[in-house]
Design a protein around this ligand. Structure first.
Ligand SMILES: C[S@@+](CC[C@H](N)C(=O)[O-])C[C@H]1O[C@@H](n2cnc3c(N)ncnc32)[C@H](O)[C@@H]1O
Length: 186
């Protein structure tokens, strides 16, 4: 079982609100244990925590971390760092090595990443050497390096749980006194 944490760099509170939220939710859905945000955005942090609480699991978000301190600490604890950048080694050429790593920090940027990150990272990895999005980069990376299919991951203790349906929306709401299936928009 891999321990994976996302380090989100360069988040600009107004401009990147949506994309950073999606980085966090994608990381959670694809098996990361948490996200460290190297910017101060308590509202965004709270929003992700709120979704995680409603939908289950133990995903955490830590606001306003110092990225250098976090990377140093992670490495002291025996962890490795994989920086996602379109300039890096293409993921298919690095995936077998990264998959063996038991404790992995995945770093994603926003606008421009400090050059030091390239030097501090154990791997600078591209999800294809073309520009696209941090959300796509996180999803594909976590999917490719996973031992167990992350799409089969189960989230426990959630207030809400989806019952897969061929049509329509089925959601179990555990907040109701008697657990009910209901149709709702989430
Ligand atoms: C919108 S991009 C900005 C790219 C920026 N121009 C740069 O110099 O890295 C934001 C982030 O998405 C991720 N990203 C975008 N395309 C990627 C790719 N092809 N492979 C890996 N990560 C990518 C990287 O983490 C990057 O820091």
């Amino acid at each position: 079982m891999q321990q994976i944490v996302i380090l989100r760099l360069g988040h600009r509170p107004v401009r990147d609100k949506r994309i950073t939220t999606h980085v966090g939710l994608t990381a959670r859905a694809f098996g990361a244990e948490g996200m460290l945000l190297a910017s101060d955005d308590p509202k965004l942090t709270e929003n992700i925590r709120d979704v995680a609480k409603r939908w289950g699991g133990n995903f955490y978000v830590t606001n306003n971390v110092n990225w250098k301190t976090e990377i140093r600490k992670w490495k002291e604890e025996g962890g490795k760092v994989c920086h996602l950048s379109m300039y890096g080694i293409n993921l298919p050429d690095a995936v077998s090595e990264i998959s063996l790593c038991e404790k992995l920090m995945v770093v994603v940027g926003a606008e421009k990443v400090p050059f030091e990150i390239y030097e501090l990272s154990d791997w600078n990895v591209a999800v294809g050497n073309q520009p696209h999005s941090e959300v796509a980069a996180v999803a594909v990376t976590l999917d490719r390096i996973a031992g167990n299919d992350p799409l089969r991951k189960e989230f426990t203790d959630g207030e809400l749980m989806i019952v897969p349906a061929e049509r329509g929306k089925k959601v179990i709401d555990n907040r109701q006194e008697e657990s009910q299936e209901m149709c709702r928009e989430e």
